[in-house]
Design a protein around this ligand. Structure first.
Ligand code: NAD
Length: 514
């Protein structure tokens, strides 16, 4: 038992026992590492340290990259049949272990177990997509482009790929990239968030059980030291990053300067526009679900509710009623919403409530007053609702990443659209209306990468691509779907001629097709 750890009353799922120190996973086995640098990992519902995670040194990152580089030589030539078999086996194993994975996520992230299960399920969709890799890698073939000449295109893996992920989806976000990278014949070094590192170790074991050769999937834990080494290591050919906008920009600029292809997904400020003709019960349900699910720690969470008058009073009243029914507490009990990830983050989010009131907003529901079904030391902040927020307030301009929903009242559709389009972020957005023409106009005019029509969290299926616009994504490729396959492969075009060499002849002119 780790000193200072408190036990809560029994819930629907017991808190997992505290772990030994988390290890890296290099060359198909756990690797404790020699570094003296570690970071605490909390159980946010208990407010106590659960375990600690090693922070890799440059040398340890190099060992992981060396393992991945060595494994690439044979994995890239393994047959599509073999790779697909590993993918299918991995899919079965993740499915069998999804409850265990969800409980690990809850223990370190804090989201309720049902939400964590949803995260694993959405990650599995990408694994299932990657099982179709033989189809996804098919190239084109043109017979007889010139006399006895054929042309065909193939796509080949890029090499060692680094995946750097955020705390809020410790299983799903790595799965946006890793299964496709591996299916396409690459090898991977994953650097998960140091805040909730344990699930990635279970995933590594499942890859191993699925028959993935040692070195194809590696995990190094760490902070900026590890990330910087991955960004400069000459053997790393591609970097997939997800996290906050300042770090995403840094990763993109540094990685591309070092000659790597980079997709860096950043932060968000997602607007939900409600037109006066919308079904207000549907809109209120959606605003509560998308604003407070996972305690607002989702890059697709709704944080700005843009209401076109005259329905704002009515909608705010309906949202307030619904918030009163939400149960906040330990994610292992049957609660709707868990704690925030760390005390520091909880305090930062809570500070926006005073900032909003100080700037003139109306605090309709104050999450600091919430009654909690959980340990009093947990990092709690209940759902909070601010009304009459205006665009210059920090509560509107900043990505808060917590359970704070801001209502901005506007007079027209055009005003709502201008607000969304002038925002620096462009990850997700939604419009609620019964007017098909208005919805159609919105999906055409809005400058955002993922759009919902009466759907508040429009996360695309795995066979479409996930990604935002503007400061929500740096690079040209979104995650998974066709763009994901493209990112993890390089195109090659072969022009071939098969005939008797005596039909050749000297001609120094530029090749023409005849
Ligand atoms: P973060 O940017 O703090 O960390 C992300 C990763 O970067 C972690 O692995 C972390 O160890 C590493 N990192 C942190 N500081 C670094 C530094 N100075 N140099 C190099 N690496 C560094 O993000 P977070 O707090 O873990 O996650 C929340 C953020 O992620 C939010 O902004 C959220 O919107 C964003 N997010 C975006 C998407 C998306 O699809 N656009 C999805 C999930 C989360």
């Amino acid at each position: 038992m780790i000193p200072g750890m408190t036990q809560t009353a029994p819930g629907t799922v017991p808190a997992p026992a505290p772990l030994e120190r988390v290890t890296h996973w290099i060359d198909g086995k756990p690797f404790a590492g020699v570094t003296e640098r570690t970071a605490p990992v909390y159980d946010p519902a208990l407010g106590a340290v659960r375990t600690e995670v090693p922070l890799a040194s440059v040398d340890e990152v190099d060992q992981a990259v060396a393992s991945a580089a060595a494994a690439f030589a044979s994995w890239r030539t393994s047959s599509l049949t073999r790779r697909t078999q590993v993918l299918f086996a991995f899919r079965e194993l993740v499915n069998q272990h999804k409850q265990e994975l969800a409980e690990l996520i809850t223990a370190e992230h804090g989201k309720v177990v049902s939400d964590a299960l949803g995260e694993v399920t959405r990650g599995l969709e990408v694994v299932e997509f990657a099982c179709g890799i033989p189809h996804l890698l098919k190239g084109g073939y043109s017979e007889g482009v010139s006399t006895n000449v054929d042309v065909y295109s193939i796509r080949q893996p890029v090499g060692v790929c680094a995946v750097i992920s955020p705390f809020n989806f410790p299983v799903m976000v790595p799965m946006w990239f890793v299964p496709i990278a591996i299916a396409a014949g690459n090898t991977v070094v994953l650097k998960p968030s140091e805040k909730d590192p344990s699930a990635s170790l279970l995933v590594a074991r499942l890859w191993e059980q699925a028959g993935l050769p040692a070195g194809v999937f590696n995990v190094v834990h760490g902070d900026k030291v590890a990330v910087d080494r991955l960004l400069e290591h000459p053997e790393v050919k591609a970097v997939s990053f997800v996290g906050s906008t300042p770090i995403a920009r840094y990763v993109y600029e540094t990685g591309t300067r070092n000659g790597k292809r980079v997709q860096a997904l950043g932060g968000a400020k997602n607007h939900m526009v409600v037109l006066p003709d919308a079904d207000l019960d549907l809109a209120a349900d959606a605003a509560v679900n998308a604003g407070f699910g996972s305690a607002g720690e989702r890059c697709m969470a709704i944080s700005a509710l843009v209401v076109v008058e005259p329905v704002a009073d009515d909608l705010v009243a309906r949202i307030r009623e619904r918030i009163a029914t939400l149960k906040v507490g330990d994610g292992r009990r049957s609660c709707d919403m868990g704690p925030l990830v760390t005390r520091e983050h909880r305090d930062r989010v809570a500070s926006y409530l005073d900032a909003g009131v100080g700037a003139g907003a109306e605090l309709v529901v104050d999450g600091r007053e919430v009654r909690v079904d959980g340990d009093e030391s947990g990092f709690w902040l209940g759902p909070s609702l601010l009304d009459r927020v205006s665009p210059e307030m920090s509560v509107y301009t900043d990505e808060i990443f917590g359970p704070v929903l801001s209502v901005v009242r506007v007079g027209s559709y055009d005003e709502a659209l201008a607000l969304v389009n002038s925002n620096r972020y462009g990850n997700g957005t939604a419009i609620f209306t019964n007017d098909g023409g208005a919805a159609r106009r919105f999906q055409n005019e809005v400058e955002v990468g993922m759009v919902g029509v009466n759907v508040p969290i429009p996360v695309p299926m795995a066979y479409y691509s996930f990604g935002g616009w503007k400061d929500s994504l740096f690079g040209d490729s979104h995650a998974h779907g066709a763009e994901g396959v493209h990112f993890f492969t390089r195109g090659k075009v072969v022009t071939s001629r098969w005939l008797d060499p005596s039909h050749g002849g000297i001609n120094l002119g530029f090749p023409e097709n005849v």
